[in-house]
Design a protein around this ligand. Structure first.
Ligand code: FA5
Length: 340
């Protein structure tokens, strides 16, 4: 190894760097200089053949060469990067006047939407929102609701039993006793959630949704229930909605009513949504049976209650003009897009 050899390597590498046309070329030059058998690496390896006196001098010269090559490579790299970016920007011009492809806007599922709307209205009226288990005991779903074992009124709800004592709740009314056991009157609660029954046709599904409402207080009556439901219904379906209360039967309310609203499609004139009747059945309600209050530890001489249970699938079907309940559960994007 001598000075001339070192100088030749330097001139050759600097020349290569100067003539490099791309970042890829620079990678090749780096390998040629610093790779395992690259020219500068070979110089370093050749140090062992030098005399001990010459080694420090050549060592310093190799280090100086390394520094020069590394610095030149770095500045060439910056130069080439800038050139490549400039070429790219000149080539890829953006036309800011071109119309955009548009952003797909999502929407709530009709049932989630109805839960939100009803919950907002009820919270405005002072209700607290609670949840209850979907896998429920026979006690809370039936017995605490004044529906003893083997009572014929159990046939009103075709229930999915898991064992003799455990079932999929068939009504959100199951939360009533749970809440009465832990709350001190006066209180107002609603519970939206899933419910299950062995039912299936155009308006019935094995899984569906209800929203339960329960008010317990002193001196409340059917008149309070009726006025509260009227306000609720008008806020949901519009001020011109007609409301009809019909006598009904539920073992946990006495007296019991069913509530119909004028069809939002035809405003009571009669159409295919309301099957020509002009009205649609929406919910069950009533004054809480004193036996139910007593079973949950509430003094029925001091307190009274009223309760209501919306079928939310039906509420969504009426609001959105949906004629088959299955459309709510198919997750067909073409159907859901129409609901936006
Ligand atoms: C009840 O479930 C009572 N718990 C309601 C109630 C609550 C009454 C509080 C009094 C006090 P019913 O079985 O009628 O009542 O059901 C209420 C609503 O749930 C029905 O009007 C209907 O809209 C809806 N519903 C019932 N079964 C199904 C089903 N299989 N699919 C879809 N909706 C259903």
């Amino acid at each position: 190894m001598n000075n001339e050899q070192l100088e030749n390597i330097k001139v050759e590498l600097l020349d290569d760097i100067k003539n490099a046309k791309s970042l890829k070329d620079l990678v090749g030059i780096k390998v040629n200089a610093f790779g395992k058998s690259g020219s500068i690496s070979s110089l370093s390896k050749g140090m062992r053949d030098l005399s001990p006196e010459d080694r420090p001098k050549f060592g310093a010269m190799i280090n100086e060469l390394k520094t020069i090559i590394e610095e030149t490579l770095k500045s060439k790299e910056i130069e080439l990067e800038n050139a490549e970016l400039k070429a790219k920007l000149e080539h890829e011009q953006i036309d800011i006047t071109e119309p955009s492809k548009g952003i797909e806007v999502g929407a709530l599922h009709p049932i989630a939407d109805v839960i939100d709307r009803l919950t907002d209205i009820c919270v405005d009226m002072g209700f607290s929102v609670v949840e209850g288990p979907e896998i429920e005991s026979d006690y809370y779903n039936f017995e605490a609701m004044n529906i003893p074992k083997n009572h014929p009124s159990r046939d009103m709800q075709d229930t999915f039993f898991i064992t003799d004592e455990i079932l999929l709740r068939s009504q959100t009314s199951a939360v009533q006793a749970r809440e009465m056991e832990v709350r001190k009157p006066p209180f107002k609660i609603i519970c939206p959630g899933k419910t299950y029954r062995n039912d299936s046709d155009a308006t019935h599904s094995p899984v569906f949704h209800q929203l339960e409402g329960l008010v317990v207080d002193e001196n409340i009556s059917m008149a309070d229930l009726k006025s509260m439901l009227t306000i609720l219904m008008r806020r949901l379906y519009g001020d011109d909605t007609k409301i009809r209360f019909r006598p009904s039967f539920f073992p946990f309310t006495e007296p019991s009513i069913e509530v119909d609203v004028s069809c939002p499609s035809c405003h009571g004139k009669g159409c295919n949504v309301c099957k020509g009747t002009g009205m649609l059945e929406l919910l069950g309600a009533g004054v809480v049976n004193p036996k139910v209050l007593e079973m949950s530890g509430i003094d029925s001489k001091k307190y009274r209650g009223f309760a209501f249970g919306f079928g939310l699938d039906r509420t969504a079907m009426i609001l959105d003009g949906i004629n088959n309940i299955r459309n709510l559960y198919r997750n067909d994007i073409r159907f859901l897009e129409q609901m936006k």
